[in-house]
Design a protein around this ligand. Structure first.
Ligand SMILES: Nc1nc2c(c(=O)[nH]1)N[C@H]1C(S)=C(S)[C@@H](COP(=O)(O)OP(=O)(O)OC[C@H]3O[C@@H](n4cnc5c(=O)[nH]c(N)nc54)[C@H](O)[C@@H]3O)O[C@H]1N2
Ligand SMILES: Nc1nc2c(c(=O)[nH]1)N[C@H]1C(S)=C(S)[C@@H](COP(=O)(O)OP(=O)(O)OC[C@H]3O[C@@H](n4cnc5c(=O)[nH]c(N)nc54)[C@H](O)[C@@H]3O)O[C@H]1N2
Ligand code: SF4
Ligand SMILES: [Mo]
Length: 656
């Protein structure tokens, strides 16, 4: 193949990731041979993360599905698209006629962040409306907190960090889940900013920080109150905070209700370290970047509220270089007014408890489930219950590119496009740039996009006309709010565009979108951090890993038992490298232990996204429960213990 035959095609990464990168794909003879980051994208800066730079292995993997599958007993048989869709459509119509649309559940999660996936939701709203999820296992608790506190949820421009004197990464591991933030914080550091990390896990990002505080898991509330106490006590709190905050006297009284030593004790950090954290945060402007992982706990929403209050009383809100940034409004630029239907969904099942909720649903029961861009068996708590729920429906349809844990329990699996074949639009939840994704190659024969599948379904269910628009028409419609402000589809085709509606900093006038126009400080906070029990002293934390996007492991990567990292003192009687059984209240799982003496003695660290069918699914151990607000899942509060593995034990997760 000569050099000149290589063509470079631009697209965007649609993975559930804050960065929404621009991608340049090299295509030779119809085959993609190389992926690189778009050098012209101000955030991507020409590089991709570990997982997506290896995406071609997934794109061209022999296990990729290229024909629809229909269940036959315990296995699947290939079936033609028309036959599959005719049968699915007639069954959905029958279930709707017999039991009403509430008997059908459409569940979508984070397989793609593309805005056109909203059209799939829209289809099911128009077909029904059918049952959908409530809450959000990704960011729900923190979303609810920010809405209560500030009446809105938005972040400072990414490059506003260059104005900061202090940057606090509170529960963020940039090397895993925000790699394009690294050059920005390092540049800020070069300009004199101090980098601070607060995380129960000692990870790579902690090692690039000037100060690292390692509280107990879920110890953030006392830690934040300790910092607030120190700010009030030393006069470093904003003297004008009362002008823009409701609840200030009560929050102040709460922070001052205990000594610094007491707060430090509750957070399980040394008092000097707490004082140092307060001192660092008092150096304004200080940007507080709140991670998503920490709110996946029972008190997740309260935790984010405590941090919001810290931002407000320190006078860091509304100033360049400050802010309490949790989520960038990735949908903010787009006109989604077409979505939904005149009537609300007839029923919402809590996403965090999806498995048990499907099994429990009555009047009508859930008879059919359609899954778009999600692998709930691996990714939602109580994996065994989710698997049972999917397997025991009359009709379960999974649209995916691989035979995932969830697809294995379906009646039909419909093969779909990958991010390199998608035609879509993206906003980001880690910055304000908008990008278009274009298919850099056509999908293999037998593979169809979600959009095309929905169009085919619409043809068979009396909605053909409503869903006749092609991708380009939907894109133009989605961009209606910003098209005449420099972000039309034609503008996006020339390269990434900053969302013209996004602010540089939030609430510059300190007028909040709350009913009173003031920030709503939290005045009561739970102080009982999650903890292991006498029987099960470790807390399970299964976190994002750089090696994989959620459960999207490369086939062949999930061989043997999963790894569990612990402090050696947390595994007495075991040696580094031993097999052990991790047991929670509801299930157990065989792991390979890896010792790391930088970790706390009360946590057991695993990678998120392991498959149940590979015996590597941490979520099989996690009881399904919702957070204090916002319907996030309580992933990280699960007490576990280590047990020896009998010689003949095989690494499959069992229910205890
Ligand atoms: N490589 C890779 N990148 C990803 C993903 C992936 O699977 N792999 N997933 C994507 C998705 S869906 C999302 S939502 C984001 C996830 O991004 P995050 O939710 O930010 O990622 P996590 O690693 O789960 O958690 C971030 C940090 O929070 C810390 N944390 C957990 N509990 C606490 C606590 O109680 N207090 C404090 N202070 N910190 C705590 C963890 O130790 C971890 O270091 O990343 C996205 N990016
Ligand atoms: N223990 C633990 N569990 C967690 C988390 C945690 O931190 N710890 N994190 C949680 C979080 S933050 C999230 S967001 C969820 C993520 O949960 P999911 O979004 O369910 O996770 P993924 O593994 O990304 O599964 C998405 C599936 O979509 C498929 N897919 C990709 N692109 C497309 C497409 O265009 N169309 C269709 N139809 N399918 C597509 C992929 O092949 C993949 O199988 O997991 C949650 N689960
Ligand atoms: S997964 Fe995230 S960091 Fe990796 S290429 Fe995609 S958008 Fe960029
Ligand atoms: Mo997520």
């Amino acid at each position: 193949m000569s050099e000149s035959a290589a063509e470079h095609r631009r697209t965007a990464c649609n993975r559930d990731c804050p960065d929404a990168c621009g991608i340049v794909a090299t295509v030779e003879d119809g085959r993609i041979t190389r992926l690189a980051g778009d050098p012209d994208h101000p955030v991507t800066r020409g590089f991709l993360c570990h997982r997506t730079s290896r995406f071609l292995e997934r794109q061209y993997h022999p296990d990729r599905l290229t024909t629809p599958l229909r269940r036959r007993g315990d296995s699947f048989e290939p079936v033609g698209w028309d036959e599959a869709l005719d049968d699915i459509a007639s069954r959905l119509l029958r279930i709707r006629a017999e039991s009403g649309p509430a008997a059908i559940l459409h569940y979508r999660c984070g397989g793609s962040m593309g805005l056109l996936k909203e059209v799939v939701d829209h289809y099911f709203a128009r077909f029904g409306p059918v049952s959908v999820k409530s809450g959000d296992v990704c960011t729900g608790a923190g979303d609810a907190a920010q809405m209560i506190d500030f009446g809105d949820e938005e972040s400072h421009d990414l490059f506003d960090l260059l104005n900061s004197r202090t940057i606090v990464l509170w529960g963020k591991n940039l090397h895993v889940s925000g790699v394009h933030l690294i050059p920005v914080v390092l540049e800020a550091r070069k300009r004199g900013a101090r980098l601070v990390a607060v995380d129960p896990i000692c990870h790579r990002t902690a090692t690039i920080c000037d100060l690292f505080v390692q509280p107990r898991p879920g110890g953030d509330i006392p830690l934040a109150l300790g910092v607030a106490r120190e700010l009030f006590a030393t006069g470093a709190a904003d003297p004008h905070a009362a002008d823009c905050c409701d609840g200030l006297p009560a929050f102040r009284a709460l922070a001052l209700s205990r000594s610094l030593d007491e707060w430090a004790g509750l957070a399980d950090v040394a008092p000097e370290l707490l004082r140092e954290l307060a001192l660092a945060y008092a150096a304004k402007p200080a940007a507080l970047l709140i991670g998503w992982g920490m709110q996946r706990r029972r008190h997740g929403s309260a935790t984010v509220r405590a941090l919001d209050a810290l931002g407000a009383i320190s006078g860091n809100i509304g100033i360049p270089g400050g802010g309490v940034s949790y989520y960038f409004k990735r949908r903010g630029a787009f006109d989604l007014s077409f979505t939904g239907s005149a009537s609300p969904p007839p029923r919402r099942l809590p996403e965090a408890r999806l498995g048990p909720a499907i099994l429990e649903a009555r009047e009508p029961p859930i008879r059919a489930v359609w899954i778009t861009a999600a692998n709930p068996v691996a990714m939602l708590p109580e994996s065994h219950a989710v698997a049972e729920a999917l397997a025991s429906r009359e009709l379960t349809v999974v649209v995916d590119s691989f035979l995932t844990d969830s697809a294995r329990h379906a009646h039909y699996v419909l093969p779909t496009t990958t991010l390199l074949e998608e035609d879509d639009l993206l906003g980001a939840y880690g910055h304000h740039w908008l990008v278009e994704s274009r298919p850099v190659v056509p999908p293999p024969d037998g593979v169809r996009s979600d959009h095309r599948i929905i169009q085919e379904l619409a043809l068979r269910t009396g909605l053909a006309e409503e869903f006749s628009a092609d991708e380009e028409a939907w894109k133009r419609r989605l961009l209606a709010k910003v098209a005449d402000r420099g972000a039309s589809l034609d503008d996006l085709r020339r390269g990434p565009v900053r969302n013209p509606l996004a602010p540089l900093i939030t609430t510059p006038d300190r007028r909040f979108a709350t009913p009173t126009g003031r920030a709503n400080l939290v005045t009561e906070l739970p102080l009982d951090a999650p903890a292991g029990t006498a029987l099960r002293p470790l807390l399970l934390m299964a976190l994002a890993t750089e090696r994989s996007q959620a459960s999207q492991w490369l086939p062949g990567q999930q061989v043997g038992p999963a790894t569990a990292v612990v402090h050696p003192a947390a595994a007495l009687g075991f040696a580094d490298g031993d097999l052990a059984r991790v047991e929670s209240e509801i299930a157990s799982l065989v792991v390979r232990l890896r010792f790391d003496s930088r970790q706390r003695r009360d946590v057991l660290l695993m990678e998120k996204g392991g498959w149940l069918s590979a015996g590597r699914c941490a979520n099989a151990l996690v009881r399904a429960a919702e957070t204090d607000a916002g319907g996030c899942a309580v992933y990280h509060d699960t007490p576990v213990r280590l047990l020896p593995v009998p010689d003949d034990d095989t690494p499959t997760p069992d229910r205890t």
